[in-house]
Design a protein around this ligand. Structure first.
Ligand SMILES: [Zn+2]
Length: 296
């Protein structure tokens, strides 16, 4: 089954915010939120957390899949609003989240959304600033949050160097950020922005897990057989996207800029601006072309 909505996924596991930018809530004894999208959606996450937890101060942690603005943007806002909230991420992500140049880039990328969502932000100060990570996560960590809810940490680099995936054994759910790609109007868009080899190795690693629920970075939640199919298709789509980049590099005598322009024209869908913001789409596409061009 493929769900495209927020709300209850199964007992104790919810999608909050908006379906194109979800944050997943695990209602364990100490509840955990996975990712916290763009700054502008902060008030909506907070509202949903209140709906599901009653008292927002019950939320113990935000676990971050990686340090992109559409995954950690609302952390500063939620930290300001929720007493004692802690942030958990990889050591690499922790360094990025304190780096002034990275913070500046995230503020710039967030501003488009802040304009779009002005009316629903209710005058709240959602501004992004550096995020101090309280808990450093690494591959193999297993954290117990009570009532049979555990979170297993799996390093899945390739989209970024700091990408982590989180597996919840109790419900066989995987929160993978962009380690499993995202959908666009062509099918699956691979996301090997930091390393093709790492991205493929991460997918192979995820393919060995027993997953009933795949909570994707944007829009889709897959269940059952659709999960296995998606991971297989993700591997195939990464191979074919790499081939496409290589063909264009040959066609344009190694001119990466022309390759980016061509693929952007073919793949970017203006009507999907909320899940495929132009600036970040181009940043990612540039990185993917660079990753392949450097290998040639
Ligand atoms: Zn990302």
């Amino acid at each position: 089954m493929i769900l495209e909505q927020t709300g209850k996924i199964c007992d104790g596991f919810y999608s909050t915010g908006y379906h194109f930018m979800p944050a997943f809530l695990m209602i364990s004894k100490t509840p955990v939120l996975f990712d916290a999208g763009v700054t502008a959606i902060g008030p909506k996450y907070l509202e949903d957390i209140k709906t599901y937890l009653g008292d927002t101060d019950r939320l113990g942690y935000i676990f971050l899949t990686h340090s992109h603005f559409d995954h950690c943007g609302a952390c500063p806002f939620l930290k300001r609003k929720i007493k004692g909230l802690k942030i958990a991420a990889s050591a690499r992500a922790a360094r990025v989240l304190e780096k002034p140049s990275a913070v500046e880039l995230m503020r710039t990328l967030s501003s488009t959304f802040e304009k779009t969502f002005k009316d629903i932000m209710g005058g709240e100060d959602v501004s992004f600033n550096s995020v101090a990570v309280d808990l450093i996560l690494k591959d193999g960590d297993e954290l117990d949050y009570g009532g049979g809810w555990k979170v297993r940490v799996i390093e899945t680099p390739g989209h970024t160097k700091d990408s982590l995936s989180f597996y919840i054994p109790r419900i066989k759910a995987l929160i993978a950020g962009e380690a499993v790609g995202v959908y666009n109007h062509h099918g699956i868009q691979p996301e090997f922005s930091s390393s093709y080899i790492d991205y493929m190795a991460s997918l192979e690693k995820l393919a060995t897990l027993d997953i009933d629920i795949l909570a994707m970075a944007h829009v889709h939640i897959l269940t059952g057989d659709d999960v296995r199919k998606h991971i297989r298709d993700s591997i195939e789509s990464a191979v074919s996207f790499k081939g496409r980049i290589e063909n264009y590099l040959d066609m344009f005598s190694g001119d990466s800029e022309r390759v980016v322009e061509t693929i952007f024209r073919e793949d970017h869908d203006e009507t999907q601006a909320l899940r495929q913001d132009k600036k970040s789409f181009l940043l990612n596409l540039n990185a993917k072309v660079r990753v392949i061009a450097e290998k040639k």
